[in-house]
Ligand binder design. Sequence first.
Ligand code: G16
Ligand code: MG
Length: 212
Amino acid sequence: KFKGILFDLDGVLVHTDKLHYRAWKKIADECGILFNEEINNLLRGVSRMESLEIILRNYHGPALSQKEKEALAEEKNNYYKEELKSMTPDDVTVEVRETLAALKAAGIKIAIGSSSKNTKFILKRVGLDDVFDAVSDGTNITKSKPDPEVFLKAAEYIALAPEDCLVVEDAVAGIEAAKRGGMKAAGIGDAAFCEKTDYPITTFADLKDIAL
Ligand code: G16
Ligand code: MG
C-alpha cells in the first residue's frame, strides 16, 4: 500500500520530548517565564527559534534583541545536548526496532522527517544511524512543520512521490505538514486525536496493520 514511511523522531521513535522540556524549563526559570507541559506541547515539531518565540509569549520583561534571543536558543541547545549524552540504545524500545525491521523486510523504504538539527547525533546515540534509507532534518530545511518541506525532502531522498508515503507523527504540526505535503498521516499520542489524522494509532506496532 505504502512504498515509503516517513518517521518523525522526537515523540515517535525516541522520547527526547522530555529532554527538550527540561532544557526549555531551565531557560524559562532563569528568565522568570511561565512554562509547563501544556506550553511544551505547542513546541512539538516546531523549530528551535520558533519554539523560543512561543515561550516568550509569556515573557513580560524588557524587549529582547535578536542577538539575545539567539543566545537563549543556544543556551537551551547546550543544556539539551548535555542531556542527549545520556541516551543509549536502550532508549529505543524493542517494539520500535522490530516494527522498523518488519517494514523494511517487506520492501518499504523508511526515512526520518524531523525538525531537529540534532537528529544525526540522536540517531547515533541510540544506534539507529544505519537503519534508515534517508534522513531529512532541521539541517536541510528552511521552513519547519507545519510546512511540508521536511517530509517532501524525505520523500525525494527515497525517490518516492508524496502520495506513496505515510507519515508517522506525534505532533499536530507534523500531521498538518503531512497533509499539506499530500501524504497520509498516522498519529500517535496527542496526534491520534487530531482531526486530520488518517490513521490514529495507540502503539508503534500498529503500523504493521496499516502498512503490511
Ligand atoms: C523536534 C522537536 C521540537 C524541537 C525541534 C527542533 O522536532 O519536536 O520540540 O523544537 O525538533 O529541535 P533542535 O533544537 O534539536 O533543532 P521533531 O520534528 O523531531 O518532532
Ligand atoms: Mg515529534
